[in-house]
Ligand binder design. Structure first.
Ligand code: SF4
Length: 294
């Protein structure tokens, strides 16, 4: 059996932390391997990845891959390039969003993979898979010791009533949708209605939506409006700041996003505003009647 060391330029929540993984470092004194696999998720880590490859080549031949290099994904092995608990049951997406590299990398179609156990689904677009595949994934999730999360995201436009019913039975920790472009709003509102009909509540904070913000011509007023529309549709909005190829984000946008960073803050803000509106509604007729008396 080949001895493989897996190297990652940066640690994220999903980075494996087993004995065969190295994060952001060159080889140690006792590192020996037949192959070194260097996995690069983000384009802005490519310079560091090149440096790591130059150091690790003295241990064993280095194979570099991952989304940043536009390497088409293979069948998924739990724990290899993402920590155990995460799983990928399909790759690719039939959509062509301007800011996304999935369709360029994976070829614009969805490939269903053998289903491996996990409770956090990272598929690019699970709901674009066949009904048989989605049902099999839900059945796998129902057997897991942890309540599922759908971190990869669910597409509101293709959400169906049966998805909502089955999702409700799974008692998920979190469902993530997206509001990236204006045409996402109506489907998001519709998805909110369907999910509430199936028994999800806004108060539970299970329903979330990533809201793309801060691209070159975006404005903070526009982004603020989209965040509020997301809340009104029944989802906790999570600002997803646009990054350029170098991973840069505008500092002013980062400051803006901080106020929307935690669900508790977002909801307390929204409750305070709702309370403010209710008070305004109560006070207004009184002011009107006083004016009339004058
Ligand atoms: S729907 Fe999601 S995965 Fe598909 S192209 Fe758009 S952003 Fe990418």
């Amino acid at each position: 059996m080949k001895r493989v060391i897996r190297v990652f330029p940066r640690r994220t929540k999903a980075t494996p932390d087993d004995d065969g993984a190295r994060i952001g470092v060159g080889p140690g004194l006792f590192d020996e391997a037949d192959e070194v696999h260097l996995s690069v998720a983000f384009t802005w880590d490519l310079p560091l990845a090149e440096k790591l490859a130059a150091e690790w080549k003295f241990v064993a031949p280095v194979q570099m891959g991952g989304p940043a290099l536009m390497t088409k994904g293979e069948d998924f092995t739990p724990g290899r390039f993402v920590r155990k608990g995460y799983t990928i049951t399909s790759r690719g997406c039939p959509n062509k969003c301007w800011f996304c590299s999935v369709w360029k990398r994976e070829g614009g179609t969805v490939r269903e993979l053998p289903i491996q156990d996990g409770y956090d689904i990272l598929d690019d677009n699970l709901l674009a898979c066949s009904e048989a595949h989605v049902r099999a994934v839900f059945a796998m999730l129902a057997r897991q010791p942890e309540r599922p999360k759908f971190t990869g995201g669910l597409e509101a436009k293709i959400l169906k009533a049966w998805h909502c019913e089955e999702l409700r039975k799974l008692k998920p920790q979190r469902l993530y949708f997206a509001y990236d472009t204006p045409d996402d709003l109506e489907p998001l509102r519709e998805a909110g209605k369907m999910l509430r009909e199936a028994g999800f509540t806004t108060a539970s904070h299970v329903l979330s939506a990533y809201v793309l913000c801060g691209w070159p011509k975006d404005t903070m007023e526009g982004a603020e409006k989209r965040m509020r529309e997301t809340l009104d549709a029944g989802f906790t909005p999570m600002a997803m700041l646009y990054r350029d190829r170098n991973g840069q984000r505008e500092p002013s946008w980062m400051r803006w996003a901080r106020q929307w960073a935690r669900p508790a803050i977002v909801h307390s803000k929204s409750n305070a505003e709702a309370h403010g509106r209710a008070v305004a509604r109560t006070v207004q007729p009184l002011v009107g009647s006083l004016d009339g008396d004058a």
